[in-house]
Design a protein around this ligand. Structure first.
Ligand code: KG4
Ligand code: ZN
Length: 364
């Protein structure tokens, strides 16, 4: 039996300042606290995340988030076995704020420091929530990323394919913007789509005719813009039902593409003959109920267990960072005071670079 490990995790790579305390023992992983201070209101007037405003807000709020996380867990720094922090990829100012804060805590309390790849945090979440065994297939689908990964170990990932332009979350956000819905767009578009007709407007299913797991979502946004403009011209404005139908059509197109590409990724994954086949989905877009339900059906077609983290662990949080830190720590990894913030940091270093990583850049 190995000793239980208690880690503080910090996350500040985009527009959520977060701190969490996680304990992992042989039997299970437990989130003792997880606090997230979002910045939606700070960026609302600008139509997107402003890196300088984000970095300043992280710097101002990290201390308080850490205090809250420790208080909610009912522990002091002396009880911890280490501090894990997102060291990239992400908006560099925010990542630096987190790394500096973690270094200060590690140095002051004499604790080991572990830098974590934010994407690994998302990718390892199914082990935190459902104890999945390696190797499993993961679809990481968020505001800045969309990729299929074979997860072989805490630091061993093979990228099977991904978006060549926008990420689906980004496409949801743009759709919301074009239709006058609030940000972040995903939840707003999902709500509208629930009472819309997905067949009222024809949307393309990009790259389905090409082999492999690569995807493209930027054409959907253009199709949506055209359909909206045609509606406005024909009716002198966007009627309420048309907006719902546009949302439903857009969401159905994204869902179809993700489902078909998941089938291809599952075929590649099952060729590895995993003992307990499992398909997990993580990242902000995994919060979408229609997408989750369809992917669950696809997993069942292939006899794979399907896992999607609870919504609060799909979006950015520090519990996933603390957990990924513990996973790295257990492999013997340690970082020093020379740990640097990395704006770009692919999980699979051997995979060819993505053609496009979305307008949000390194947002994950
Ligand atoms: O993982 P995440 O919190 O942040 C990063 O991208 O790192 O994902 C946020 C993205 C946003 O683009 C948001 O619109 C999308 O996830 N999202 C959703 C839903 N909830 C959040 N997209 C579709 N449906 C949802 N219910
Ligand atoms: Zn993320």
């Amino acid at each position: 039996m190995t000793r239980p490990l208690l880690f503080l995790g910090l996350e500040s790579s985009c527009d959520d300042t977060a701190a969490a305390v996680v304990r992992v023992s042989d039997a299970r992983a437990e989130i003792l606290s997880s606090t997230v201070a979002g910045q939606v209101a700070l960026h609302a007037a600008y139509g997107g995340v402003v890196p300088e405003i984000a970095a300043r807000a992280h710097a101002e709020r990290l201390d308080l988030c850490v205090e809250t996380a420790l208080a909610e867990a009912g522990i002091g720094l002396e009880a911890l076995d280490g501090v894990a922090v997102t060291a990239g990829p992400g908006l560099i100012g925010g990542v630096m704020s987190g790394v500096m804060c973690a270094k200060g805590i590690a140095a002051g309390a004499g604790l080991p420091l572990i830098g974590v790849n934010h994407l690994a945090g998302h990718a390892l979440t199914p082990r935190l929530t459902d104890g999945l065994d390696f190797p499993y297939l993961l679809l990481l689908v968020s505001g800045g990323h969309c990729q299929f990964l074979l997860v072989h170990g805490p630091e061993k990932f093979t990228r099977l394919g991904g978006t060549i332009d926008d990420a689906p979350g980004e496409a949801f956000d743009k759709t919301a913007k074009l239709l006058g819905l609030p940000q972040p767009g995903g939840p707003a578009v999902e709500t509208e789509a629930a009472s819309g007709d997905p067949k009222a407007f024809a949307f393309p299913r990009p790259l389905l005719d090409r082999p492999g797991c690569d995807m493209s979502f930027s054409g959907l946004k253009t199709a949506l813009l055209r359909a909206r403009d045609a509606e406005v011209t024909a009716h002198g404005g966007l009627r309420r039902q048309a907006r719902r139908d546009l949302c439903a059509g857009f969401q159905a197109a994204v869902t179809d593409v993700l489902a078909e590409k998941s089938r291809r990724a599952l075929r590649d994954y099952l060729a590895l003959n995993p003992v307990k086949p499992a398909f997990a989905v993580a990242g902000g877009v995994a919060a979408n109920k229609a997408i989750r339900a369809r992917l669950e059906t696809v997993a069942a077609e292939f006899g794979a267990e399907f896992t999607a983290p609870p919504l609060r662990l799909c979006t950015d949080n520090a519990a996933m960072i603390a957990f990924a830190g513990i996973e790295r720590f257990r492999t013997g990894a340690r970082d020093g005071m020379d740990l640097t913030a990395r704006p770009r940091w692919p999980l699979d270093q051997t995979a060819p670079g993505m053609l496009g990583s979305g307008k949000k850049g390194a947002k994950a």
